[in-house]
Design a protein around this ligand. Structure first.
Ligand SMILES: [Cu+2]
Length: 101
């Protein structure tokens, strides 16, 4: 009986550890300022390039606000890489305020 409780506790602890690991592994959201976008086609091409990038899970790009909100797996792609992808579309990822803070 006592042994059974121990086993249950161990299993629960293991499950919690796995959940914690899954939560800390990976998904991040970053807001990157993008200069030069004038309309929906501009933001659309940036979004398309970002979404085609390995590790990007979602990208919302807004031309009026001049920003790209990107959700990505930080084990597969870096923010620096996301900026490169944006710059490669012909627009400019501006250094500076980023992140969710
Ligand atoms: Cu445009």
């Amino acid at each position: 009986m006592f042994k059974r409780v121990i086993t249950f506790a161990a299993a629960a602890a293991l499950a919690l550890t796995l959940v914690a690991a899954a939560a800390s592994a990976a998904t991040k959201t970053v807001t990157i300022r993008v200069e030069g976008m004038k309309c929906g086609k501009c933001s659309g091409s940036v979004a398309k390039a970002l979404k085609a990038t390995h590790g990007v899970e979602d990208a919302e790009v807004n031309a009026e606000k001049g920003e790209a909100v990107v959700r990505y797996d930080d084990e597969k792609v870096t923010e620096a890489r996301l900026r490169e992808v944006i710059n490669a579309t012909g627009f400019k990822a501006v250094e500076g305020s980023s992140g969710n803070n």
